[in-house]
Write a protein that binds this ligand. Structure first.
Ligand SMILES: Cc1cc2nc3c(=O)[nH]c(=O)nc-3n(C[C@H](O)[C@H](O)[C@H](O)COP(=O)(O)O)c2cc1C
Length: 740
């Protein structure tokens, strides 16, 4: 130590260091050391704040994963949901902040982020409001939606405007291709970045930065800023690489040549259970074993077997009618159900959705119980406890599992047994597998090197746990592992396909019965969890006429099935408040559902307000075959006849007539055919444009068609046209209710 080092200076350094202990170590950790010993005790761990907001649990579980991993990287993460505003204070935060946030609806924040987003958007906040903040953001989204990662992007840009700085490049993870493609490398690079951010923040807060940083963390060296920038750059490169699907340097693009495949008994192609060189010979980087945190006891105490779900805030209603809207030879079977909501306090507007609580498939639950060797115990009561020795940070018993539930109910109503197992789950399954070849293959599938195989054999065919247990016979996980790794069974959302003005006390909805055909990885075909269940539930109501059962309500009618539902009001997908505003609806297939509600509503309004002015209405509908799946044909033609629907434009993608003049095949073709009218309504008459249906193809193609129409009309290039559409979205005149 040089001669200029005085006691006063040392005191001041220690004061700073002690101050910083507020964020440097976990609350309750002791600060050891005196003036003669300015070195921190080695168990003191640097802290960072970890905020998340999730609509369906993925952002939450990624945040929890980060939290768990933080321990092994020598950090302490204070994890909270964005809605827990009383548990964090960004205005005073001096530690690095990590935010994981998803997007829902039409580019909207998850429910738990709404208040936060509103708060940071407050116009009166000065530019430097968050100048002290260093943060990293992981945004989850799906490129099938128009507003990809909009919530993350909004938070990001607003934090930047308010002066906060990145310490690590933002990750935009795409659920459309697999979140892990971005999430895994993002988390991998996070630790080094946090270290550097801590050093950087510490340095900029110190009178003698180099020295004080060294005092606090011997590992952290010089040129922190440069290092941080390098990390951000590196990450960008890394993210680019993983986005170039299957082209990561570690992962071969194609299976190796057959000659290289070894002996004649060796498989010629890789499969779910077999790999080929180089993967089969490669050294693997597998994720760390997720720390177990739940103990389960099965108790022989009386718990009523419940055929109903835990029904927090939802309403039990009867299904009063069911009808099949498609012909038997249609590729997809569409059903219309009517719910009797007259006894409940449920109100809705056309455009709103509602959630249906559905159970897992009975046979699958049964098979799972058998496979776990628990079929004899299915009526026992499940008691969950946190393991006292768990290393998992912020471990909690999942709040969605009721305190008293039978094993069968747990698997039926609480866990999404159809979810695609994550790599961490695969990693945990390795330790429950006895056969060496199977263990190796599971390790490969969760490894960095086996990423392409994971996507090809697990994610793309949407395999579930049961599929894996069928394929890996020696794998026998304990029940606790399922509770730790399977997400919550989510309710399924449907758009209302009726107006309560037209059908008081009733609510209609429409769906296709989803089919997953058998494939190599999944030899058993299956149906969608909810649509398959609903279809079975209402099959007695769908008896063809002439059979012995009478209509609903009659003495020999089948009893009406019941379901639990809860309303999900839409923020903006509603009829224009001014009836004079013209609008265009695009809804092929079951995407027509909300527009049936719109038109029923409008029809009633017209009947009741004869003197009012009503704007033009256009509906673009499409399906495969006119005779097989033209949903609501009669009702739509009725709306045209009454003048409620001014223009009905339909197209049939598989009814191609030879020698006939080319007909539009898809809704977007029809839009282009009527581009002049579309442009007029949108750009000259201040009208609205609604799209409902499949996000993956249709909504994108419709958006492209609209861009072309706007570009042509305004004589501007594509970028300008896209800006105009973004403006329309902002004004809530271009609205989507889409799903993938
Ligand atoms: C109903 C619904 C609406 C969605 N809307 C969007 C969207 O507008 N933009 C987007 O990028 N992703 C959207 N997504 C995709 C989710 O952000 C993505 O699946 C994410 O991983 C979900 O994370 P969470 O489970 O934490 O909510 C939507 C997903 C659903 C189910």
């Amino acid at each position: 130590m040089g001669p200029v080092w005085t006691v006063a200076w040392l005191k001041s350094v220690l004061y700073n260091v002690t101050q910083r202990m507020n964020w440097w170590c976990r609350a309750g950790s002791s600060v050891v050391g005196g003036f003669s010993s300015p070195v921190m005790p080695c168990e003191v761990k640097p802290r960072f704040l970890l905020l998340y907001s999730s609509q369906r649990g993925q952002a939450k579980s990624i945040a929890e994963e980060i939290c768990d991993q933080s321990v092994e990287h020598g950090f302490v993460a204070d994890i909270c949901c964005l809605s827990q505003g009383d548990r964090y204070n960004l205005e005073r935060e001096t530690a690095p902040v990590v935010v994981v946030v998803s997007t829902t609806g039409d580019g909207d924040p998850p429910d738990t982020a709404i208040k936060f987003v509103k708060g940071i958007k407050t116009k009166t906040l000065p530019n430097g409001h968050f100048a002290h903040l260093r943060y990293a953001l992981l945004a989850l989204g799906d490129t099938n939606y128009t507003n990809f990662c909009n919530c993350g992007k909004t938070i990001d840009s607003r934090l930047q405007e308010l002066g906060a700085k990145h310490f690590y490049a933002t990750g935009h993870a795409d659920d459309g291709v697999g979140l892990e493609l971005v999430v895994d490398p993002w988390i991998e690079g996070l630790w080094e970045a946090i270290k550097k951010a801590l050093a950087d923040m510490s340095a900029s807060n110190q009178e003698r930065p180099e020295h004080a940083t060294a005092v606090q963390n011997g590992e952290l060296g010089s040129s922190h800023k440069d290092n941080t920038e390098a990390t951000v750059k590196d990450l960008k490169i890394q993210l680019l690489r993983v986005n170039e699907k299957d082209q990561s340097p570690e992962t071969p693009r194609t299976a190796p040549e057959r000659e290289g495949a070894g002996s004649s008994s060796a498989p010629l192609e890789p499969s779910l259970t077999h790999s080929l060189p180089p993967l089969s010979e490669s050294t693997l980087n597998v994720p760390a074993l997720p720390p177990p945190y739940i103990d389960i006891k099965l108790l022989d105490i009386a718990t009523e077997q419940n055929n109903d779900p835990p029904s927090n805030g939802s309403f039990q209603v009867h299904i009063s009618k069911a009808a099949q809207l498609t012909r038997e030879d249609a590729v997809k079977r569409a059903l219309l159900l009517e719910l009797d909501i007259s006894e409940q306090q449920i109100s809705y507007q056309p455009g709103d959705s509602f959630d249906v609580l559905c159970p897992n498939n009975e046979d699958e639950v049964e098979e799972l119980l058998q496979r776990l060797g628990l079929e004899e115990q299915k009526n026992l009561t499940v008691q969950l406890q946190l393991r006292t020795d768990t290393k998992k940070k912020a471990a909690q018993i999942p709040s969605y599992i009721p305190e008293s539930t039978t094993l069968q109910d747990l698997l039926t109503w609480c866990l999404e047994i159809r979810s695609v197992p994550k790599k961490a789950f695969l990693r945990a399954l390795v330790d429950c597998t006895t056969d060496a070849a199977e263990r190796r293959r599971l390790q490969e599938l969760c490894s960095k090197q086996g990423s392409a195989d994971y996507n090809r054999f697990i994610r793309d065919p949407s395999l579930c746990l049961l599929d894996l247990l069928r394929a890996f016979a020696s794998c026998s996980p304990p029940l606790s592992l399922l509770v730790e790794h399977l997400p919550r069974l989510q309710p399924r959302s449907y758009s209302a396909a009726s107006s309560s003005l037209c059908h008081p006390g009733k609510l209609h909805f429409v769906f296709n019965v989803v089919e997953f055909p058998a494939c190599l990885e999944r030899p058993v075909a299956r149906r969608g969890v909810c649509t398959g269940w609903l279809s079975d539930l209402v099959s007695p109501l769908l008896q063809p006429q002439g059979t012995s059962e009478g209509p609903p309500g009659s003495a020999n009618a089948p009893s009406l099935p019941k379901v639990f539902v809860s309303p999900r009001p839409s923020t903006a997908f509603h009829l224009p408040s001014d009836p004079a505003v013209p609008f265009i609806m695009v809804g092929p297939g079951t995407g027509v559902a909300p527009f049936i509600g719109f038109l029923q509503h409008r029809e009633k309004q017209r009947q009741e307000n004869l003197d009012s002015v009503f704007g033009e209405t256009w509906l673009f509908f499409g399906c495969r075959h006119k005779d097989r799946e033209f949903l609501f044909r009669e009702e739509l033609e009725g709306f045209v006849a009454s003048g409620t629907l001014t223009h009905l434009k339909v197209c049939f993608s598989r009814d191609r007539l030879d020698n006939a003049k080319p007909e539009p095949k898809y809704v977007q073709d029809n839009l282009l055919l009527h581009s002049q009218h579309v442009a007029n309504i949108l750009l000259k008459q201040g009208g609205c444009f609604y799209v409902c249906g499949d996000a993956k193809n249709m909504a994108k193609d419709v958006n492209d068609a609209l861009t072309e129409i706007v570009g042509k009309e305004l004589q501007v290039d594509k970028l300008e046209a896209m800006k105009t559409l973004a403006g329309l979205r902002e004004e809530r005149r271009y609205l989507q209710d889409i799903w993938s």
